[in-house]
Design a protein around this ligand. Structure first.
Ligand code: GAL
Ligand code: CA
Length: 349
């Protein structure tokens, strides 16, 4: 073979191998578009809005690095399962590569899974975990979230540490027992009951006596928590020593109620949340909140985008190492108190 042709062939082979690894088409001018559809159970839920933001940021970063366009279309189901089903139908009819679902009703995932399976479009559920049976309906169904038990345990540990250091401040009536109220998330959410249970168990296992004054759902919501807390302040006055909340947004509602009731900071119960959203970090910094448990929305957003990208590009997730055999990714929680809150505030900028 002519030497010139040989050289040309060699160069062509190198270019094809390079393109294969880059995941691009041979024609480098042709931009591949990846379409990711995301439906949120409720966009106004602050924690969920941070997960969505994290997904968008990761998509932008990936787009800058590669030769492809990543379209992330986020829609809001506003707490309505029928709306959400219609949104999924639309993504399917528009031939999206991957659909991500923050499902309104976690017990009703099978309808969505069967539709996606028929259209062969992979699904990534996140934050609201479908029941195991449904997860097993198809091997292209993934779940990204975190382990509720861990968050409850860490919330309990924050309390235990604080109590050991500040017994007389926390146990205001000095009876050796902790009078508490518990603000709970939606009753049917996998996180609510488990967080409540694990938090209290951790405290009791540390030989601290507790007395529950009240517990009730405020459905993760600030405004509902404000109402509940106002009611409890009227009912129990200064007898409340601790407010545990299944999430930060409700903890912030409780703080608002305490402020509104004009209870002096020295006489207020301590408040501990879960999530680590920015407003809660600032309340910890200001001394109005004792602590929270970081629910790593940035890593969750990244995991969702990585899975979606990998499925769209390669049709599998083989090179991702953080996924279990059953297609789960669970990020770990971290404690945040006044000792380390600055590290988290710094990361916001
Ligand atoms: C929880 C989170 C809550 C709320 C809920 C929605 O994991 O802690 O703040 O966002 O998810 O499903
Ligand atoms: Ca007490």
């Amino acid at each position: 073979m002519n030497k010139w042709i040989k050289n040309l062939l060699f160069i062509l082979i190198i270019i094809s191998i390079y393109n294969l690894f880059e995941g691009c088409s041979i024609n480098s001018n042709e931009t591949k578009e990846i379409k990711i559809g995301i439906t949120l159970y409720k966009q106004e839920d602050p924690f969920i809005s941070f997960v969505a933001e994290a997904i968008e940021e990761c998509a932008k970063e990936k787009e800058i690095k590669g030769n492809y366009k990543i379209t992330v279309n986020i829609v809001d189901a506003k707490g309505n399962l029928t709306t959400q089903n219609n949104q999924v139908d639309k993504f399917i009819s528009q031939d999206y590569d991957v659909i991500c679902v923050n499902i309104v009703d976690r017990t009703a995932a099978s309808t969505i899974i069967n539709k996606a399976k028929d259209a062969d479009i992979p699904l990534i559920f996140f934050n609201r975990e479908p029941v195991e049976e449904d997860m097993q309906l198809w091997n292209k169904v993934y779940y990204v979230g975190a382990d509720a038990e861990e968050s409850g345990r860490l919330q309990g540990e924050i309390f235990v540490d604080e109590y050991k250091n500040n017994k007389s401040f926390i146990d205001k009536n000095g009876d050796g027992k902790i009078q508490y109220v518990m603000l709970e998330g939606e009753p049917e959410h996998q996180d609510s009951l488990i967080r409540t249970d694990c938090c209290i168990k951790t405290i009791v296992n540390n030989d601290i006596e507790v007395e529950k004054l009240a517990d009730d759902t405020a459905n993760w919501q600030n405004a509902q928590a404000y109402e509940k807390m106002t009611q409890w302040i009227n009912e129990f006055g200064n007898n409340i020593e601790v407010v545990f909340s299944n999430n930060d947004d409700m903890a912030l509602g409780a703080i608002h109620a305490l402020e509104n009731a004009n209870i002096d900071i020295k006489n207020r119960p301590i408040v501990i949340g879960i999530d680590g959203i920015p407003d809660a970090l600032y309340q910890i910094k200001d001394g109005n909140m004792t602590g929270t448990v970081y629910n790593d929305y940035k890593s969750q957003g990244k995991a969702i985008l990585d899975i979606a990208y990998s499925l769209a590009m390669f049709g599998n997730t083989d090179y991702l190492t953080n996924i279990t055999n059953e297609n789960y990714v669970k990020t770990s929680y971290k404690k945040i108190t006044k000792e380390n809150v600055d590290d988290y505030i710094k990361k916001l900028k």
